[in-house]
Design a protein around this ligand. Structure first.
Ligand code: ASP
Length: 346
């Protein structure tokens, strides 16, 4: 890459609707290559940045995303970290919030923007939302603050005029262009005629510590959603017969669970064995407060850890990273009670 005053941006293409085309035989959307993508979007050549492209070894529908793909994405960013001012990751919407959450923990103390975006309609369609999403993501990835540093040195999702902290997002709409919401944290920027940033909400790296990428994830985690009538034998089959290391429990309201005679003792048994159990509410907005009701207090007493106002995507990926780092259950519990990348409000 030449050294010029133009910002240098790396576009990493991972797949998703933005780069898909209809298979004439089945009518289903399938990925096409990066080359075809740039042909369909010639405006990319007219941007005031030095743009380079990379692609995953096999671009995929994001429903096929796995932790190993997050590692591949994180590696490509880490390997190219010094050469570029910012990164735009093109990704399917289905699991984009999981990837953004995972990357926010894997790319510790990042000082450059990583903006994930995609679209609900392929780039080849006239009404595509992909062009605006990508062009504005490039502008955000290139934006500088007054002191010349990156305007948004965070892992974010940009979608439908809104820039959100990645580990605060959830996919909420399978139809409209407003596919993502950040329920518990305000947008970092909104884009209209101008892109309006909210500098006081944007995180900055610790200047005394280096950028430290992590590539070890442990997927021995499980998610269990409570519902009225949930059966003991099914829960036991899921939790007792496996070598599970962490469980995200989707509870009611402010972190409450039914007072079934078997549930709290089972959780107590698991936490006694070193399984980290994190309490996340089924509500989109608001935080867990286990001491508020007896139905929540029983969980606290069983050793369940507070998930605060975290998204499910963030809790699961944070646990994968902490387990992958080889920390003890006590250390992981401590870290779950800390904000590592702005993922919880304390
Ligand atoms: N199934 C697609 C994907 O997540 C949906 C999308 O990109 O919007 O890859």
């Amino acid at each position: 890459m030449k050294h010029t005053s133009k910002p240098s941006i790396l576009i990493l293409y991972t797949g998703g609707t933005i780069g898909m085309v209809e298979n004439p035989q089945t009518g289903a959307l399938e990925n096409f290559g990066l080359e075809r993508f740039t042909q369909l979007f010639p405006e990319l050549n007219r941007q005031p940045y030095n743009i380079d492209y990379l692609t995953l070894e096999h671009p995929i529908d994001s429903s096929d995303m796995e932790p190993k793909n997050w590692v591949e994405i994180a590696r490509k960013i880490a390997d190219n970290y010094e050469r570029f001012d910012g990164f735009v990751v093109l990704h399917g919407t289905d699991t984009m919030a999981y990837t953004a959450s995972a990357l926010s923990f894997m790319l510790e103390n990042i000082a450059k923007p990583v903006i994930l975006t995609g679209s609900q309609l392929p780039i080849g369609k006239l009404r595509t939302d992909g062009k605006e999403n990508l062009l504005t993501s490039l502008e955000i990835a290139a934006a500088r603050n007054r002191s010349g540093g990156a305007m948004v040195p965070e892992v974010c999702i940009y979608f439908d005029s809104c820039l959100m902290r990645g580990n605060r997002t959830t996919k909420v709409n399978a139809e409209g262009f407003n596919a993502f919401r950040s329920y518990n944290f305000p947008p970092l920027a909104t884009a209209g005629i101008n892109i309006r940033f909210s500098p006081s909400l944007i995180r900055h790296p610790d200047p005394l510590r280096p950028f430290t990428p992590h590539f070890a994830l442990d997927d021995r985690v499980m998610l269990l959603t409570l519902f009225p009538g949930i059966r003991q034998e099914y829960v036991e089959a899921a939790l007792l017969t496996t070598d599970i290391k962490a469980l995200v429990l989707k509870t009611y309201g402010s972190g409450n669970a039914p007072q079934k005679p078997w549930l709290a003792p089972l959780l107590h048994q698991l936490s006694g064995r070193g399984v980290i159990i994190v309490n996340n509410t089924q509500c989109n907005e608001g935080a867990v407060e286990m001491a508020r009701y007896e139905t929540g207090l029983q969980l606290l007493q069983a050793g369940v850890v507070n998930g605060y106002d975290s998204t499910i995507e963030s809790s699961l990926t944070k646990l994968m990273l902490l387990l992958g780092s080889g920390l003890s259950p006590q250390e992981i519990t401590l870290r779950m009670n800390e904000s590592l990348a702005g993922e919880i409000t304390l």
